[in-house]
Design a protein around this ligand. Structure first.
Ligand SMILES: Cc1cc2nc3c(=O)[nH]c(=O)nc-3n(C[C@H](O)[C@H](O)[C@H](O)COP(=O)(O)O)c2cc1C
Length: 402
């Protein structure tokens, strides 16, 4: 596999705050066009449970911070609809499950009727164009501060270990995190229930399924990873105990909406928000083996080579052991080009490939991959601005394909 070297980035979690410079190379994989098969592997159909996908290019979940006061806005209708293709799979931006789940300005939620109703026209627009839309459901845990919490309370986590302040995307402000409050054992069922209700609400809004956000240093990882979790109850200590909370959420959601509508995103190798594990491969393998017991639709895993957005490196780890163990659909993400994605599918290292930044900047990405057309560059400076158009729905389509 080709490892591309993107520019360095300072310590930044995805959903917010990054200070990368604007000088990355345009490195679409047009280099292989001469020996390209007539239909590139990424453009072949795939049956994912009940869903007939016409290609394997997935919209990765992308926080855009344009859901004012945590309510999805009408401008999201155009944004998601632009990125919809017939038979294409899209995953929404991370969406809070409760009023304690938030840690960034203007990220959407799915715990109130107003939020559910606001999602409906977005889902309808994707369906009208033949797309399949999953809602990524999320709790940030300690990646928050009292300003985002109801009644100014402390954020919840597995632990009381605080995060160190991090630079925000403008490169000037510093994100402050309030020391978290470890959840009491008897409170954990409440959070499981919040996820269950969020999944039910997602069905009510018309989504095709949910993706449980079990990645990137947020609440579920704060339980799964041994460098964060310092609990002494049945949710801490052994690998089995650390994964218990996430698996209880999986079970509750499977019972609520059916396994064939449930996916999960995991990033055992990542270290975002100071969430690392001493044995990420053991964690990844244990999780997929347990997930097999629930028969969920897909597992979406982030590449170990992806350290932070923009930072890629050679690395000895691979997702292949997890891919081989998992019985459902396996989605990979993290730094994929067209060429890498085609290779991953051709070599059976993945069923589907999720694209983040390239899909953000190229609403017609599957079409461009099909034609091996040039890609628009993405502009990091507008990833998280709150403008309803700029950097959001104003990236151009290929001529004649909009
Ligand atoms: C602007 C932006 C927002 C993101 N928001 C989320 C998110 O809400 N949930 C999530 O799981 N990952 C999020 N990510 C990570 C992406 O889904 C993806 O894994 C990452 O960008 C690497 O893939 P890429 O190299 O194709 O961009 C975000 C990334 C970016 C650039």
């Amino acid at each position: 596999m080709t490892i591309k070297s993107f520019n360095q980035v300072s310590a930044t979690p995805f959903s917010g705050h990054n200070t990368e410079r604007q000088t990355e190379r345009f490195d679409s994989a047009r280099t292989m066009s001469a020996q390209q098969l007539p239909t590139p592997p990424l453009l072949t159909p795939y049956k994912m449970g009940r869903f007939d996908l016409s290609h394997r290019v997935v919209l990765a979940p992308l926080t855009r911070q344009r859901s004012y006061k945590n309510v999805p806005q009408p401008h999201a209708i155009l944004y998601y609809s632009q990125r919809t293709s017939k038979g294409g799979l899209l995953i929404t931006e991370a969406t809070g499950v409760s009023d304690t789940a938030q840690g960034y300005p203007d990220t959407p939620g799915i715990w109130t009727k107003e939020q559910v109703d606001a999602w409906k026209p977005i889902v309808d627009a994707v369906h009208a164009k033949g797309g399949i839309l999953f809602c990524q459901i999320w709790h940030v845990g300690r990646v928050s501060n009292t300003g985002f919490q109801p009644n100014g309370q402390a954020p919840i986590s597995s632990t009381d270990k605080p995060l160190t302040p991090q630079l925000r995307s403008n490169g000037i402000d510093v994100a402050q995190f309030t020391p978290p409050r470890p959840l009491r054992t008897d409170e954990i069922p409440n959070i499981v229930n919040d996820f269950r209700l969020a999944a039910r609400n997602a069905m009510e809004a018309g989504f095709d399924g949910v993706e449980i956000h079990g990645a990137h240093g947020y609440l579920l990882e704060q339980f799964m990873k041994d460098q964060v979790n310092d609990r002494t109850d049945q949710y801490g200590g052994s690998l089995e105990n650390r994964c218990r909370f996430t698996l209880e959420i999986v079970e509750a959601i499977v019972n609520e909406i059916g396994a064939d509508r449930v996916g999960i995103r995991l990033s055992p190798f990542a270290t975002y928000s100071e969430a690392a594990d001493s044995n990420p491969e053991a964690l990844g393998k244990y999780m997929v083996e347990q997930l097999n017991n629930y028969g969920i639709l897909y597992c979406h895993m982030v590449e170990p080579r992806m350290k932070t957005v923009g930072e890629m490196s050679e690395c000895p780890h691979s997702l292949v052991p997890m891919r081989n163990l998992f019985k459902g659909t396996f989605i990979v993400a993290g730094g994929y080009t067209r060429e890498d994605g085609n290779n991953a599918v051709a070599e059976n290292r993945a069923d589907l490939v999720a694209y983040g930044r390239w899909f953000l900047a190229n609403p017609d990405l599957p079409k461009r991959f099909e034609l091996d057309a040039p890609l628009n560059k993405y502009n990091r400076e507008t990833f998280y601005v709150s403008d309803p158009v700029i950097g959001y729905s104003d990236y151009p389509f290929l001529e004649g394909t909009a």
